[in-house]
Write a protein that binds this ligand. Structure first.
Ligand code: SAM
Length: 332
């Protein structure tokens, strides 16, 4: 029997983002800057694949979660990830759920069919620039061509949804908004323009921040964005004649907390109620798992914890000074 997981604000939760690792092979300025020290999770503290499997079975089987997305760090750098993805097929026969992956795409060329065979039907690839030298200065990596190839292979492979994640930074890649819109002309994918959010060590500031409204104004100076769908509180747009679409993630300027249906699980087994939750408010599911908790005990812990979820996240200024942790550790 399914027990829907409601918080005290009437929001049903049905989507779990699972970080498989806090390691990443890129050093994006806004996420995992090279000079910023990260206390990596020791291997023994990572949830094992069996533990992740058990928690996914619980969230989907007991609470009726219908969407699981793997992220990181870079999920594809974790050893054994391909066999793990494949192993979820059995679970999905009992309780069907959409399976997503967010990746930087660097390790994907040639492996897209394997992803589909493993049942991943929603793929997000991060790509912040369509210019090689800009990509290098944002990510610190020379893998631009590999990521572009991954996007091209994914586009012709037929995922249920394929999104390109682009964090827009003023003075860095905001000159490329039109080029990203142009990408949707022939490619059947959704470009997600994401507002730059404050996390530890990423030098967030109002100078680098550009709101979704401003992005829309820039784009509308050349293209006409036509709204066609709203999902999870954010709007989708199309440009006439383009096969792809555009979405704006305005987490700071116009938060969509009212429709939040997601929880996050860190690579070391901490359940996070909100992207901006403080570290001391996380729920340690790994400790419970490793102390021999039964499924009922785990369920009760999750159910009692959800009551602490905020109605909305704090302001950017508060987040910056009090709650920051970077995305590579949280699991974006
Ligand atoms: N390595 C994978 C990737 O690159 O997509 C998955 C992890 S990454 C942390 C997931 C997403 O987090 C990326 O698409 C990136 O857009 C987003 N992200 C990270 N830091 C961010 C920030 N400061 N502001 C907005 N989005 C951020």
């Amino acid at each position: 029997m399914i027990t829907p997981l409601y918080d005290l604000h009437g929001r049903q939760h049905s989507y779990l983002r699972v970080s498989l690792t806090d390691r990443c092979n890129l050093h994006c300025l806004y996420c995992n800057p090279r000079n910023h020290e990260v206390n990596y999770i020791p291997n023994g503290d990572l949830l094992t694949y069996d533990e992740i499997y058990r928690l996914i079975a619980l969230f989907t089987g007991t609470f009726g979660f219908n969407k699981i997305r793997f992220t990181g760090g870079e999920p594809l750098v974790r050893n054994g990830v391909w066999d793990f993805l494949q192993s979820l097929q059995g679970l999905r026969k009992n309780s069907p759920f959409a399976l997503g992956l967010t990746t930087n795409g660097t390790l994907l060329p040639g492996l897209v069919p394997r992803l589909l065979r493993a049942g991943v039907n929603r793929l997000n690839i991060s790509l912040d620039s369509l210019r090689e030298e800009n990509f290098l200065s944002i990510t610190g990596s020379g893998s631009f061509k590999a990521v572009l190839q991954a996007v091209q292979e994914a586009e012709s492979a037929g995922f249920e949804t394929l999104k390109v994640n682009c964090v827009v930074l003023r003075g860095t890649n905001d000159q490329e908004l039109h080029a990203f819109v142009e990408l949707t002309k022939k490619m059947r994918l959704i470009v997600q323009f994401i507002e730059f959010m404050p996390f530890s060590g990423n030098k967030w500031g109002t100078e680098g921040f550009i709101s979704c409204n401003e992005m829309k104004d820039v784009i509308n100076s050349i293209y006409e964005l036509v709204p066609f769908r709203t999902d999870m509180g954010s709007d989708y747009f199309k440009v006439a004649g383009h096969v792809g679409a555009i979405r704006f993630i305005s987490a700071l300027s116009d938060h969509f907390c009212g429709s939040c249906n997601r929880l996050r699980l860190s690579a070391d087994g901490k359940l996070r109620l909100c992207l901006f939750s403080s570290e001391d408010s996380l729920i340690d599911l790994k400790a419970l798992l490793r102390s021999g908790a039964t499924d009922t005990e785990l369920e009760q812990k999750i159910q009692s914890s959800i009551g602490r979820k905020w109605a909305k996240h704090p302001s950017a200024e508060t987040i910056e000074t009090q709650y920051s942790q970077n995305m590579v550790k949280i699991g974006g």
